[in-house]
Design a binder for this molecule. Sequence first.
Ligand SMILES: [Zn+2]
Length: 252
Amino acid sequence: MACAIVAAVAQVAVAQARPVKPAPAPATAPLPPPRPPELAPRPRPPDGPGAAAPAVDPAAFAACLKDFADRGGEAAAPKPTDKPTDKPADMAGACAIPAPVTFARLRLFDGSVVTLDSAVTVRCSLAVELVTWIRDDLTAIARRHGAALAQLTGVGGHACRPRNGQAGAPISEHASGNAFDMRALKLADRRVIELTDPDAATKSLRDEVKTSACARFTTVLGPGADSAHASHLHVDLRERRGGFRMCQWNVD
Ligand SMILES: [Zn+2]
């Protein structure tokens, strides 16, 4: 009897110690075919889904800055610019400059320097066009008229405002750093060429400035365009449908 009990206990112990067999796997459905590569999950962009694409490609901006420097431009420390938050709500966000460059001088091939009478901040693509215009066109025009170009005066770049500063008008190209203003050229012989003043002595020089500006910029506004441009010259690189350009400057 005792043996039977021992045997029964032993059987229970063996049964408890027996490893539990895993349940047989159910008949499995065939695996789905691998996804074609174009449908494979793509890595998320660094800022996560829905993040706005950066307005400026850093590599393109770096290339633009190099181009600016190669053409003689000397970038300066950024200048404080108008803050969109200082402006009406409908202008918020419209006053940021993509790829801004601040500059007040450029160096010519012969090592001499042309300055602006104050630093301006504009987008890099415009900065490149401006230094090229000054270096290649304005200096040549000045020399043809007897002196080296020394300075551009009455200059302006970024400004967070509607067109011509009129409330309710469309946003100015100045707000996005795509426009430049100037009033006069100073030559090395101390002559000052007021670009918008009627003057027979400087008319041919100013005609040449107009021709060169209208060839380079998509907008050129001076006297005759409207009252806001009676006393300064405005140039910008606004893109219009059909490549339309505005060249409105009566040189008297
Ligand atoms: Zn302007």
